[in-house]
Design a binder for this molecule. Structure first.
Ligand SMILES: C[S@@+](CC[C@H](N)C(=O)[O-])C[C@H]1O[C@@H](n2cnc3c(N)ncnc32)[C@H](O)[C@@H]1O
Length: 420
């Protein structure tokens, strides 16, 4: 801890920030203890973002009743910090892969710069560079830390930060920001979901839109709804409108209360059946574990709304199973109920994927989280093609597969035909 003139400490702090921004080890910077003229502003959380290949800083202005995000290049950001720190904000907390650095301004005008190793991660390469630049700092990394092989030190990269407020509100983390053991599967599922979504967002370029609309059908307790809202608005800095649609009114009320408790704008929950959802512009359609044919209605709604990304993880495949007539060659295999169930699931989702392909989407079906975390682990991910393609061959394949299994009706196919 040091007490030297403000300009020196501030300059040193700004040097750290630029350094960790440049070496991509910046996790976040939080400006707090606001004493400026805006009575609503509480704090600003700043994170690195990449937009159109440009590295920027996303400033999340946290007001009492709403949040606003603005992105700035590093030079602009430094100018803002120079203007604010010590004046409007009396505290700044920087978290990088290697360091935790606190800059605070006391009422008597003293400036305190406090620097610790980040206990959650140790990245020796980053430690070295910071150590050389900070001559005043007495807290050098310990010798045994330096000898640790990097591979052992490497913390598993997560797409979602454990400290996000919605995780605590939804009961995933406790008051100390630690994952509640009983929720660790949900935590892994949320991370994997955001990981898959983030790569689809990258390849479609959705993050560059002025505003992104997302619908989550069968949102339930809304773990993923809040996660997707947080990822786009807070992490990517995109103006986002998320609507969760859920049959059960008590869950809708609970989720709306959670959103207002967290002072979030751009996220709301509606009671309703996905079947009766009024078509509106949607960029991303999500349906995780929406029961049986609710998945078909959700995919249909995604296609009709022109969604660029459709992500669903189907659950319970009741429609196709009673229709399956085992081809005689397969009879000795499919007369086992478990095999028939697996076959029904594969055919239902295989046809869904083909129908998406026929309707202008590049589609993948894959295991999105390992079976040890959930039995409902299949993901259908569809991304809208930019260039239309002849779909006649796919339609013939669908027809042939239906004939082979004796299937007379597939919900999604009927919805697309009726175009209701
Ligand atoms: C298994 S939960 C999954 C919740 C959430 N998507 C998740 O993955 O955590 C399925 C939810 O879908 C809702 N649901 C089922 N059919 C629906 C429909 N037709 N329209 C709207 N919601 C539906 C149920 O009430 C339930 O809350």
């Amino acid at each position: 801890m040091t007490t030297v003139p403000a300009t020196h400490e501030l300059e040193q702090f700004l040097t750290y920030i630029q350094q960790v921004f440049n070496d991509s080890s910046l996790q976040r910077l939080v400006l707090s203890k606001y004493v400026g003229s805006d009575t609503e502003l509480e704090r600003i959380t700043i994170r690195p973002v990449k937009i159109k290949d440009e590295s920027l800083l996303s400033f999340l202005y946290e007001y009492r009743t709403r949040h606003i995000t603005k992105n700035h290049p590093i030079t602009e950001a430094v100018a803002l910090w120079q203007q604010w720190l010590g004046q409007d904000f009396k505290n700044a907390h920087l978290l990088s892969d290697a360091w935790e650095i606190q800059l605070s301004f006391s009422k008597k005008g003293k400036v305190l710069l406090n620097k610790h190793r980040n206990k959650n991660t140790t990245n020796n390469a980053t430690d070295e560079s910071l150590e050389h630049d900070n001559e005043n700092d007495k807290k050098k990394p310990l010798a045994h830390d330096k000898q640790k092989p990097l591979a052992h030190d490497k913390k598993k990269h997560r797409f979602v930060e454990q400290s996000r407020p919605y995780l605590r509100e939804l009961g995933i983390t406790d008051n100390n920001g630690q994952i509640i053991p009983a929720m660790s599967r949900k935590w892994k599922q949320i991370n994997k979901f955001i990981e898959v979504l983030s790569s689809a967002i990258d390849s479609t370029g959705i993050a560059h839109r002025e505003e992104v609309h997302i619908a989550d059908f069968g949102s339930g307790k809304a773990y993923l709804t809040f996660a997707v809202h947080d990822y786009l608005s807070a992490q990517l800095g995109v103006k986002t409108q998320v609507t969760g649609v859920e049959l059960r009114q008590p869950l809708v009320d609970l989720c709306n209360q959670t959103a207002s408790k967290l002072c979030l704008s751009g996220i709301q929950f509606e009671q309703g059946d996905v079947q009766h959802f009024a078509v509106r512009g949607i960029n991303i359609m999500i349906a995780l574990h929406a029961c049986d044919t609710a998945t078909d209605y959700a995919i249909h709604m995604g296609i009709r709304s022109g969604a660029e990304i459709i992500m669903c993880s189907p659950c319970c495949h009741k429609q196709i199973r009673p229709q399956l007539k085992s081809p005689s060659l397969l009879e000795p295999i499919l007369h086992h109920g478990i095999h028939l169930g697996q076959e029904a699931e594969m055919v239902t989702d295989g046809l869904r994927a083909l129908l998406l392909e026929a309707n202008g989407y590049d589609t993948q079906v894959f295991e999105f989280i390992s079976l040890e975390h959930t039995s409902k682990n299949k993901m259908i991910l569809a991304q809208k093609r930019k260039i239309a393609r002849d779909n006649s061959a796919i339609l013939l394949q669908i027809k042939a597969i239906k004939e082979f299994y004796g299937i007379t009706e597939h919900c999604l196919e009927r919805l697309l035909k009726d175009n209701v």
